[in-house]
Design a protein around this ligand. Sequence first.
Ligand code: 5GP
Ligand code: MN
Length: 321
Amino acid sequence: MTIPNLSKEIENAATIGISGHIRPDGDCIGSTMGLYLYLRKVYPDKAVRIFLETPAAIFGCIKDLDRIEDASNVTDRFDVFFCVDCGKDRLGEAEKLFDSAARKINIDHHISNTGTGDVNYIVPTASSASELVFDLFDKDKLDEDIAKALYIGIIHDTGVLQYSNTAPKTLNTVAELIKFGFDFPALIEETFYEKTYLQTQIMGRALLESMLLMDGRVAVSQVDKKMMDFYRVDSKDFEGIVNQLRNIKGVEVAIFMYETAFQEYKVSLRSGGVINVSKIAQFFGGGGHVRAAGCNLTGSFHDVVNNITAHIEAQYKELNA
Ligand code: 5GP
Ligand code: MN
Protein backbone atom coordinates (compact mmCIF):
# COMPACT_ATOMS: atom_id res chain seq x y z
CA MET A 1 0.00 0.00 0.00
CA THR A 2 1.41 3.38 -0.97
CA ILE A 3 2.25 5.71 1.85
CA PRO A 4 0.06 8.83 1.75
CA ASN A 5 1.89 12.08 1.14
CA LEU A 6 1.32 13.84 4.44
CA SER A 7 2.52 17.30 3.42
CA LYS A 8 0.33 17.23 0.27
CA GLU A 9 -2.70 15.98 2.20
CA ILE A 10 -2.61 18.84 4.66
CA GLU A 11 -1.07 21.67 2.62
CA ASN A 12 -4.38 23.53 2.25
CA ALA A 13 -5.80 22.59 5.64
CA ALA A 14 -6.08 25.26 8.33
CA THR A 15 -7.72 22.98 10.89
CA ILE A 16 -6.67 19.40 11.59
CA GLY A 17 -8.22 16.92 14.02
CA ILE A 18 -6.81 13.63 15.27
CA SER A 19 -8.49 10.80 17.15
CA GLY A 20 -8.17 7.09 17.94
CA HIS A 21 -10.27 4.33 19.43
CA ILE A 22 -12.32 4.30 22.61
CA ARG A 23 -10.50 2.97 25.68
CA PRO A 24 -7.18 4.03 24.13
CA ASP A 25 -4.21 1.70 24.66
CA GLY A 26 -0.49 2.44 24.38
CA ASP A 27 -0.39 2.26 20.59
CA CYS A 28 -3.49 4.39 20.19
CA ILE A 29 -2.10 7.09 22.50
CA GLY A 30 1.46 6.85 21.13
CA SER A 31 0.42 7.03 17.47
CA THR A 32 -2.10 9.87 17.85
CA MET A 33 0.17 11.88 20.16
CA GLY A 34 3.17 11.27 17.86
CA LEU A 35 1.16 12.61 14.93
CA TYR A 36 -0.14 15.52 17.01
CA LEU A 37 3.35 16.54 18.23
CA TYR A 38 4.78 16.26 14.71
CA LEU A 39 2.07 18.34 13.07
CA ARG A 40 2.28 21.05 15.75
CA LYS A 41 6.04 21.21 15.40
CA VAL A 42 6.28 21.14 11.61
CA TYR A 43 3.13 23.18 10.84
CA PRO A 44 2.92 25.79 13.64
CA ASP A 45 0.46 27.88 11.60
CA LYS A 46 -2.18 25.16 11.49
CA ALA A 47 -4.69 24.56 14.27
CA VAL A 48 -4.18 20.94 15.34
CA ARG A 49 -6.37 19.28 17.98
CA ILE A 50 -6.45 15.80 19.44
CA PHE A 51 -9.50 14.00 20.85
CA LEU A 52 -9.33 10.85 22.99
CA GLU A 53 -10.84 9.36 26.10
CA THR A 54 -8.71 10.12 29.17
CA PRO A 55 -5.47 8.09 28.94
CA ALA A 56 -4.17 6.03 31.86
CA ALA A 57 -1.86 7.99 34.19
CA ILE A 58 1.20 5.98 33.07
CA PHE A 59 1.17 7.84 29.75
CA GLY A 60 1.84 11.14 31.49
CA CYS A 61 5.45 10.78 30.28
CA ILE A 62 4.28 11.76 26.77
CA LYS A 63 4.66 15.47 26.06
CA ASP A 64 1.49 17.58 25.89
CA LEU A 65 -0.76 14.73 26.95
CA ASP A 66 -2.86 17.35 28.74
CA ARG A 67 -3.79 18.87 25.36
CA ILE A 68 -6.07 15.90 24.71
CA GLU A 69 -9.69 17.01 24.47
CA ASP A 70 -13.00 15.27 25.04
CA ALA A 71 -14.94 15.31 21.76
CA SER A 72 -18.39 15.17 23.39
CA ASN A 73 -19.36 18.82 23.07
CA VAL A 74 -17.23 19.74 20.10
CA THR A 75 -19.04 20.60 16.86
CA ASP A 76 -16.25 22.15 14.76
CA ARG A 77 -15.86 21.11 11.16
CA PHE A 78 -12.23 20.18 10.38
CA ASP A 79 -10.47 20.53 7.04
CA VAL A 80 -8.62 17.26 7.65
CA PHE A 81 -9.34 14.61 10.28
CA PHE A 82 -7.17 11.61 11.11
CA CYS A 83 -8.65 8.38 12.47
CA VAL A 84 -5.72 6.35 13.82
CA ASP A 85 -5.48 2.73 15.10
CA CYS A 86 -9.14 1.88 14.28
CA GLY A 87 -11.92 2.35 11.78
CA LYS A 88 -14.33 5.27 12.27
CA ASP A 89 -16.89 3.07 14.07
CA ARG A 90 -14.60 2.88 17.13
CA LEU A 91 -13.91 6.61 17.44
CA GLY A 92 -16.70 7.05 19.98
CA GLU A 93 -17.57 10.72 20.50
CA ALA A 94 -15.07 11.79 17.82
CA GLU A 95 -16.84 9.87 15.04
CA LYS A 96 -19.07 12.84 14.24
CA LEU A 97 -15.98 15.04 13.82
CA PHE A 98 -14.47 12.54 11.40
CA ASP A 99 -17.76 12.30 9.48
CA SER A 100 -18.12 16.05 9.08
CA ALA A 101 -14.48 16.69 8.10
CA ALA A 102 -13.79 17.83 4.55
CA ARG A 103 -11.02 15.24 4.15
CA LYS A 104 -10.87 12.00 6.15
CA ILE A 105 -7.66 10.04 6.60
CA ASN A 106 -7.67 6.56 8.17
CA ILE A 107 -4.40 5.02 9.38
CA ASP A 108 -4.65 1.55 10.90
CA HIS A 109 -3.12 -1.92 11.19
CA HIS A 110 -6.21 -3.94 12.13
CA ILE A 111 -7.02 -6.76 9.74
CA SER A 112 -10.73 -6.17 10.43
CA ASN A 113 -10.60 -2.58 9.10
CA THR A 114 -11.45 -2.27 5.42
CA GLY A 115 -10.80 1.49 5.35
CA THR A 116 -13.21 4.21 6.42
CA GLY A 117 -11.53 7.37 5.06
CA ASP A 118 -11.12 9.21 1.76
CA VAL A 119 -7.49 8.22 2.14
CA ASN A 120 -6.71 4.88 3.76
CA TYR A 121 -3.34 3.65 4.92
CA ILE A 122 -4.27 0.27 6.34
CA VAL A 123 -1.45 -2.26 6.71
CA PRO A 124 -2.50 -5.36 8.68
CA THR A 125 1.08 -6.67 8.73
CA ALA A 126 2.35 -3.55 10.51
CA SER A 127 3.18 -4.00 14.19
CA SER A 128 1.29 -0.93 15.26
CA ALA A 129 -0.38 2.26 14.15
CA SER A 130 2.70 4.03 15.55
CA GLU A 131 4.91 2.28 12.98
CA LEU A 132 2.58 3.49 10.21
CA VAL A 133 2.51 7.05 11.51
CA PHE A 134 6.33 7.01 11.43
CA ASP A 135 6.13 6.15 7.69
CA LEU A 136 4.32 9.44 7.05
CA PHE A 137 6.99 11.65 8.59
CA ASP A 138 9.92 13.53 7.17
CA LYS A 139 12.57 11.86 9.34
CA ASP A 140 14.68 15.03 9.52
CA LYS A 141 11.85 16.75 11.38
CA LEU A 142 11.45 14.29 14.24
CA ASP A 143 12.45 15.19 17.77
CA GLU A 144 12.82 13.32 21.04
CA ASP A 145 9.22 13.89 22.16
CA ILE A 146 7.74 12.62 18.90
CA ALA A 147 10.10 9.62 18.95
CA LYS A 148 9.17 8.77 22.54
CA ALA A 149 5.45 8.73 21.77
CA LEU A 150 5.87 6.42 18.77
CA TYR A 151 8.30 4.20 20.66
CA ILE A 152 5.79 3.68 23.46
CA GLY A 153 3.14 2.78 20.88
CA ILE A 154 5.34 0.17 19.22
CA ILE A 155 6.47 -1.31 22.53
CA HIS A 156 2.90 -1.73 23.73
CA ASP A 157 1.47 -3.33 20.60
CA THR A 158 4.40 -5.73 20.19
CA GLY A 159 4.65 -6.76 23.86
CA VAL A 160 8.12 -5.18 24.03
CA LEU A 161 9.08 -6.41 20.55
CA GLN A 162 8.18 -9.99 21.34
CA TYR A 163 4.94 -10.70 19.45
CA SER A 164 4.98 -12.09 15.93
CA ASN A 165 3.87 -8.73 14.52
CA THR A 166 7.46 -7.55 15.17
CA ALA A 167 9.08 -7.40 11.72
CA PRO A 168 12.50 -6.26 10.52
CA LYS A 169 10.83 -2.97 9.57
CA THR A 170 9.55 -2.59 13.13
CA LEU A 171 13.06 -2.96 14.48
CA ASN A 172 14.43 -0.53 11.89
CA THR A 173 11.81 1.97 12.99
CA VAL A 174 12.71 1.44 16.65
CA ALA A 175 16.39 1.87 15.75
CA GLU A 176 15.60 5.29 14.29
CA LEU A 177 13.54 6.25 17.33
CA ILE A 178 16.02 5.31 20.06
CA LYS A 179 18.70 7.40 18.33
CA PHE A 180 17.11 10.33 20.16
CA GLY A 181 18.63 9.00 23.34
CA PHE A 182 15.63 8.87 25.68
CA ASP A 183 15.68 6.46 28.61
CA PHE A 184 13.86 3.58 26.93
CA PRO A 185 14.28 0.96 29.67
CA ALA A 186 12.52 3.35 32.05
CA LEU A 187 9.71 3.95 29.55
CA ILE A 188 9.16 0.21 29.15
CA GLU A 189 9.24 -0.36 32.88
CA GLU A 190 6.93 2.52 33.75
CA THR A 191 4.36 2.16 30.99
CA PHE A 192 4.37 -1.59 30.32
CA TYR A 193 5.49 -3.71 33.28
CA GLU A 194 4.87 -1.63 36.36
CA LYS A 195 1.50 -2.23 38.05
CA THR A 196 -0.08 -0.63 41.07
CA TYR A 197 -0.72 -2.91 44.02
CA LEU A 198 -4.46 -2.84 43.24
CA GLN A 199 -3.84 -3.82 39.63
CA THR A 200 -1.68 -6.68 40.83
CA GLN A 201 -4.36 -7.78 43.27
CA ILE A 202 -7.11 -7.75 40.67
CA MET A 203 -4.91 -9.71 38.29
CA GLY A 204 -4.31 -12.20 41.09
CA ARG A 205 -8.06 -12.56 41.66
CA ALA A 206 -8.75 -13.01 37.97
CA LEU A 207 -6.06 -15.65 37.61
CA LEU A 208 -7.13 -17.46 40.77
CA GLU A 209 -10.72 -17.65 39.59
CA SER A 210 -9.90 -18.59 36.00
CA MET A 211 -11.06 -21.83 34.41
CA LEU A 212 -9.57 -24.10 31.83
CA LEU A 213 -11.91 -25.37 29.11
CA MET A 214 -11.65 -27.59 26.04
CA ASP A 215 -8.98 -29.89 27.46
CA GLY A 216 -6.88 -27.01 28.68
CA ARG A 217 -6.70 -25.29 25.32
CA VAL A 218 -8.84 -22.37 26.49
CA ALA A 219 -8.44 -20.27 29.64
CA VAL A 220 -11.20 -17.92 30.71
CA SER A 221 -11.72 -15.42 33.47
CA GLN A 222 -13.91 -12.47 34.31
CA VAL A 223 -14.19 -9.48 36.59
CA ASP A 224 -17.76 -8.52 37.34
CA LYS A 225 -19.16 -5.15 38.33
CA LYS A 226 -19.27 -6.07 42.01
CA MET A 227 -15.59 -6.91 42.04
CA MET A 228 -14.72 -3.75 40.11
CA ASP A 229 -16.60 -1.68 42.70
CA PHE A 230 -15.02 -3.56 45.59
CA TYR A 231 -11.47 -2.98 44.36
CA ARG A 232 -12.37 0.43 42.87
CA VAL A 233 -10.77 -0.43 39.57
CA ASP A 234 -11.78 0.29 35.98
CA SER A 235 -10.93 -1.12 32.57
CA LYS A 236 -7.51 0.58 32.56
CA ASP A 237 -6.51 -1.68 35.46
CA PHE A 238 -6.99 -4.93 33.53
CA GLU A 239 -4.16 -4.50 31.04
CA GLY A 240 -2.07 -7.66 30.92
CA ILE A 241 -4.53 -10.10 32.50
CA VAL A 242 -5.56 -11.75 29.23
CA ASN A 243 -1.91 -12.15 28.18
CA GLN A 244 -1.12 -13.79 31.49
CA LEU A 245 -3.93 -16.31 30.88
CA ARG A 246 -2.54 -16.99 27.41
CA ASN A 247 0.88 -17.70 28.95
CA ILE A 248 -0.48 -20.83 30.66
CA LYS A 249 1.18 -23.92 29.27
CA GLY A 250 -1.13 -25.65 26.78
CA VAL A 251 -3.48 -22.70 26.37
CA GLU A 252 -4.15 -21.61 22.78
CA VAL A 253 -6.94 -19.11 23.42
CA ALA A 254 -7.38 -16.83 26.43
CA ILE A 255 -10.67 -15.08 27.10
CA PHE A 256 -10.88 -12.27 29.61
CA MET A 257 -14.01 -10.23 30.14
CA TYR A 258 -15.25 -7.54 32.44
CA GLU A 259 -18.76 -6.36 33.03
CA THR A 260 -19.56 -2.92 31.60
CA ALA A 261 -23.24 -3.02 32.65
CA PHE A 262 -25.54 -5.76 33.94
CA GLN A 263 -24.84 -8.81 31.74
CA GLU A 264 -22.86 -6.75 29.26
CA TYR A 265 -19.25 -7.69 28.81
CA LYS A 266 -16.21 -6.26 27.13
CA VAL A 267 -14.33 -9.33 25.91
CA SER A 268 -10.60 -9.60 25.18
CA LEU A 269 -9.31 -12.54 23.17
CA ARG A 270 -5.73 -13.73 22.66
CA SER A 271 -4.50 -16.71 20.67
CA GLY A 272 -1.22 -18.47 20.08
CA GLY A 273 -1.73 -18.12 16.31
CA VAL A 274 -3.60 -21.34 15.46
CA ILE A 275 -7.03 -19.90 16.17
CA ASN A 276 -7.96 -16.62 14.45
CA VAL A 277 -9.56 -14.60 17.23
CA SER A 278 -10.16 -11.59 14.97
CA LYS A 279 -12.59 -13.76 12.99
CA ILE A 280 -14.46 -14.64 16.18
CA ALA A 281 -14.52 -11.05 17.42
CA GLN A 282 -15.73 -9.84 14.02
CA PHE A 283 -18.60 -12.33 14.10
CA PHE A 284 -19.76 -10.64 17.29
CA GLY A 285 -19.36 -7.13 15.89
CA GLY A 286 -15.84 -6.48 17.16
CA GLY A 287 -12.46 -6.95 15.53
CA GLY A 288 -8.71 -6.85 15.94
CA HIS A 289 -5.83 -9.05 14.86
CA VAL A 290 -5.40 -12.82 14.40
CA ARG A 291 -3.75 -13.13 17.82
CA ALA A 292 -5.43 -10.28 19.71
CA ALA A 293 -9.00 -9.13 19.31
CA GLY A 294 -12.01 -7.90 21.22
CA CYS A 295 -15.77 -7.44 21.13
CA ASN A 296 -18.77 -6.63 23.30
CA LEU A 297 -21.25 -9.36 24.24
CA THR A 298 -24.44 -9.54 26.26
CA GLY A 299 -25.77 -12.35 28.42
CA SER A 300 -24.49 -14.17 31.45
CA PHE A 301 -20.81 -15.04 31.86
CA HIS A 302 -21.63 -18.62 30.85
CA ASP A 303 -23.57 -17.51 27.75
CA VAL A 304 -20.62 -15.44 26.62
CA VAL A 305 -18.15 -18.27 27.22
CA ASN A 306 -20.38 -20.76 25.37
CA ASN A 307 -20.84 -18.41 22.44
CA ILE A 308 -17.11 -17.89 22.03
CA THR A 309 -15.96 -21.45 22.63
CA ALA A 310 -18.42 -22.68 19.97
CA HIS A 311 -16.45 -20.61 17.45
CA ILE A 312 -13.13 -21.89 18.74
CA GLU A 313 -14.39 -25.47 18.39
CA ALA A 314 -15.61 -24.74 14.86
CA GLN A 315 -12.20 -23.42 13.88
CA TYR A 316 -10.47 -26.47 15.37
CA LYS A 317 -12.86 -28.68 13.40
CA GLU A 318 -12.01 -26.81 10.18
CA LEU A 319 -8.31 -27.28 10.94
CA ASN A 320 -8.85 -30.94 11.90
CA ALA A 321 -6.92 -30.21 15.05
P1 5GP B 1 -7.85 -5.61 23.80
O1 5GP B 1 -8.25 -7.01 24.10
O2 5GP B 1 -6.46 -5.31 24.27
O3 5GP B 1 -8.86 -4.59 24.22
O4 5GP B 1 -7.82 -5.50 22.22
C1 5GP B 1 -7.09 -6.38 21.41
C2 5GP B 1 -7.10 -5.88 19.99
O5 5GP B 1 -8.43 -5.95 19.46
C3 5GP B 1 -6.69 -4.43 19.85
O6 5GP B 1 -5.96 -4.29 18.67
C4 5GP B 1 -8.00 -3.69 19.81
O7 5GP B 1 -7.87 -2.50 19.10
C5 5GP B 1 -8.93 -4.68 19.13
N1 5GP B 1 -10.29 -4.59 19.66
C6 5GP B 1 -10.66 -4.75 20.97
N2 5GP B 1 -11.99 -4.59 21.12
C7 5GP B 1 -12.48 -4.32 19.89
C8 5GP B 1 -13.80 -4.03 19.40
O8 5GP B 1 -14.79 -4.02 20.12
N3 5GP B 1 -13.90 -3.79 18.05
C9 5GP B 1 -12.82 -3.81 17.21
N4 5GP B 1 -13.01 -3.55 15.90
N5 5GP B 1 -11.58 -4.06 17.65
C10 5GP B 1 -11.39 -4.32 18.96
MN1 MN C 1 -2.71 -0.73 17.65
